[in-house]
Design a protein around this ligand. Structure first.
Ligand code: PEP
Length: 246
């Protein structure tokens, strides 16, 4: 069986402050980082405020699909890297729905990230209607194919996050069984492109993860940690979630 070290990632979205950076860094100091990788995606302006030399990894929440140039307000992969990021979220459902990021843009973003040395956390997931119509696997297949069908070499450099849209910010997480089923489907779909990388890639669950449901979710065979939104803004609760991953 492939051993995959769990990763628990925080998505602060457009929240946070210097005070939260300090509180979170202090709170997470007791994590056993040999058992779990921890990564925080704060708003990009807070990245340089994290102390250096801790085991907490940092990530961006988004990046430009372009290298550099006249793109006012955008941040390139290399700017994120220089600000301290090692990872970057790509294709979060809020970026897909609120900022019209389509398959072509997301492929370009994953390519930019990998070419620059950032690890993309590529987010996929179905909405409620698609789940009710039993189209979950079809939706996941299309989202994954958009990047990895034409560029299978990107898979070994990626992390995947399964985030059912109906579970994000709603307080209604997928059950461990529902999540495991989707994660197993994702791994199987990815095996079409690279079987070895598919068995090694970390697939995180995201959607209303909290201190009460994290352990049961992380216990599932194909769930390799979590991407945590709301609960990642509370240092004590986020610490508990990190400790649930082994
Ligand atoms: C997210 O936005 O990635 C997320 C999973 O949010 P929440 O944990 O609040 O559902």
């Amino acid at each position: 069986m492939t051993q995959r070290k769990p990763l628990v990632a925080a998505n602060w979205k457009m929240n946070g402050s210097k005070a939260l950076v300090d509180d979170m860094t202090h709170s997470l100091a007791v994590v056993d980082f040999t058992a779990v990788d921890v990564m925080i995606c704060p708003p990009a302006t807070l990245l340089p405020l994290f102390p250096q030399g801790t085991a907490i990894a940092l990530g961006g929440q988004n990046l430009s699909q372009y290298d550099a140039g006249a793109y006012t307000g955008e941040l390139s992969a290399s700017l994120l890297l220089q600000a301290g990021a090692r990872y970057v979220l790509v294709g979060h459902s809020e970026r897909r729905s609120l900022f019209s990021e389509d398959d072509d843009i997301l492929l370009a973003k994953v390519q930019q990230a990998v070419a620059t040395g950032l690890i993309p956390v590529f987010c996929v997931g179905e909405n409620l209607q698609q789940r009710q119509q039993e189209k979950t696997t079809e939706v996941l297949a299309k989202q994954l194919a958009a990047v990895y069908a034409s560029h299978p070499e990107l898979l070994a450099k990626s992390v995947i996050a399964y985030e059912p849209v109906w579970a994000i910010g709603t307080g209604e997480a997928a059950t461990p069984e529902q999540a495991q089923q989707a994660h197993a489907a994702i791994r199987q779909l990815l095996a079409r492109y690279d079987t070895v990388a598919a068995s090694k890639v970390r697939i995180l669950y995201g959607g209303s993860v909290n201190a009460s449901n994290a352990a049961a979710l992380f216990n599932e065979a194909d769930i390799d940690g979590g991407l945590v939104g709301g609960a990642s803004l509370k240092p004590a609760e986020f610490l508990e979630i990190c400790r649930s991953a082994k």
